[in-house]
Design a protein around this ligand. Structure first.
Ligand code: 5GP
Ligand code: MG
Length: 195
């Protein structure tokens, strides 16, 4: 386990762990599950000449790094900067593309990665965009799926964990830009969100 692991950082002055109410999905549990998802992705794409991965920044950063190092395919990585939260704990209802140029996905088989499937807007807007740009096929992969009614009817092709309808941080997911470096998925203490 890393220095920032579960026991290592608790109680240390200035540690991010001190702001966490509970750990929802521990580091070791995530790692095991990534092995299984990676094996499925490998099996599903092994006959493609190359796989184009498109990761949605910044939330998918940690998930992408850990997942793709387990997938022994000839893959290429592109990232898209997309914003939907703007600092709070509720989706703003808008999906903004922040990049000036889009990856060239024409005729490619795409694996689209995001941190979490919540209302479904991000995955459906970004998938539609990639299809518009000429992608041959878009499959979606998320670390987390929230168990709730979606605004857009979309489910991920690969999802590592299903969680309840609560705001989580860690393993790439932020609150106000912070907590992405937590090696687990957790819930923030109420005082932190309110302050
Ligand atoms: P959707 O478009 O499906 O509503 O939401 C997707 C995006 O909202 C995710 O990429 C993520 O950035 C953000 N999001 C949704 N739920 C949560 C959450 O519980 N915690 C955090 N930190 N971000 C979330
Ligand atoms: Mg996000």
């Amino acid at each position: 386990m890393s220095f920032l692991g579960l026991i290592g950082g608790i109680g240390l002055v200035g540690s991010v762990h001190n702001d966490i109410e509970k750990v929802l999905i521990a580091e070791e549990v995530i790692e095991k599950r990534l092995d299984a998802i990676a094996e499925r992705i490998y099996g599903d794409f092994k006959d493609e000449p190359t796989l184009q991965v498109v990761a949605i920044l910044k939330g998918a950063l940690v998930f992408m790094a850990d997942l793709l190092r387990r997938v022994p395919l000839k893959l290429e990585i592109e990232c898209l900067n997309v914003a939907s939260y703007h600092g709070g704990t509720e989706s703003s209802g808008r999906v903004d593309f922040l990049d000036r140029t889009m990856p060239d996905v024409k005729g490619r088989s795409i694996l689209l990665l995001d941190d979490i499937l919540d209302t479904g807007r991000t995955l459906s807007v970004v998938s539609a965009k990639l299809q518009d740009l000429g992608a041959r096929e878009v499959r979606t992969c998320v670390l987390l799926t929230k168990d709730k009614k979606r605004i857009e009817e979309v489910e991920a092709d690969y999802s590592a964990f299903e969680i309840g309808d609560e705001f989580v941080v860690g393993y790439g997911l932020d609150f106000d830009g912070k907590y992405r470096n937590l090696p687990y998925v957790g819930v923030l203490r109420k005082e932190v969100i309110e302050s």
